[in-house]
Write a protein that binds this ligand. Structure first.
Ligand SMILES: *Cc1c(COP(=O)(O)O)cnc(C)c1O
Length: 223
């Protein structure tokens, strides 16, 4: 199957309320252009440097999502154009995004990343840290960020039950956070969970955004 055919077939399978973020990391601009020319314009990258290189080469109506760990000193590069930052995992980073949003006179949409996997290396807030952040006076004063929901990366494993448990945990946390802090906020509605190997489970557990790379563009080669 070609890249556009793979995108089509995944989209056909997804419920209409689930958005497909095509993850382009390590793949060349030519591959991304195949998707773009077939009408798919929502792409995700996990590193700022690579995102900037591709942003500069691709048409300006692409909707870019940052899905990987973000350092506060790099926020300034993406602040003018980024559509959604999926990976906010500290009040310090949120505050840096707020400041850059103010500079560029825009409100930057973000998701809070929650640590749901067994692996210690994966980034994200604990449930306690998430509550602390949302209750902080620092957050209450921010005017240039808008939190649309939560994001999580499940354990990379064949154990589907474990993956399902992790997604369900995130879904329940989302419901709780929405009830406690965002009950009057319609825009708090996104749950970014699911990758190539586990997006079907994620959708069953309530995902509204799936981040799919290898199923569309093929295997990544890290050199
Ligand atoms: C790379 C990456 C993906 C996509 O992974 P695939 O297995 O290629 O679909 C999704 N989310 C994050 C955070 C990633 O870094």
């Amino acid at each position: 199957m070609s890249i556009p055919e793979r995108i089509e077939s995944i989209k056909r399978e997804l419920p209409s309320h689930v958005k497909l973020i095509a993850v382009t990391k390590t793949h060349p601009v030519e591959a991304i252009m195949q998707a773009y020319q077939a009408g798919h314009k929502v792409f995700g990258e996990n590193r700022v440097q690579e995102l900037m290189a591709k942003y500069n080469q691709l048409p300006k109506d692409v909707e870019w999502h940052l899905i990987g760990h973000l350092q506060t000193n790099k926020v300034k590069y993406i602040a003018p154009f980024i559509s959604l930052i999926h990976s906010v995992d500290s009040i310090k980073l949120l505050s840096a995004i707020d400041k850059e949003g103010e500079k560029f006179n825009r409100v930057i949409d973000s998701l809070l990343q929650v640590h749901i996997a067994l692996e210690e290396t994966k980034f994200g807030l604990s449930a306690d840290e998430l509550h602390q952040l949302l209750q902080s006076s620092e957050y209450a004063q921010m005017r240039h960020i808008r939190i649309l929901g939560l994001m999580g990366v499940a354990t990379f494993t064949d154990n589907h039950q474990l993956v399902r448990t992790e997604f369900r945990f995130l879904r329940n946390l989302f419901d709780e956070v929405k009830r406690l802090y965002f009950s009057q906020t319609e825009s708090f509605n996104e749950l970014s969970m699911g990758m190539s190997s586990d997006y079907r489970i994620a959708v069953e557990e309530g995902s509204t955004m799936v981040r799919i790379g290898s199923n569309i563009f093929g295997m990544r080669s890290y050199t």
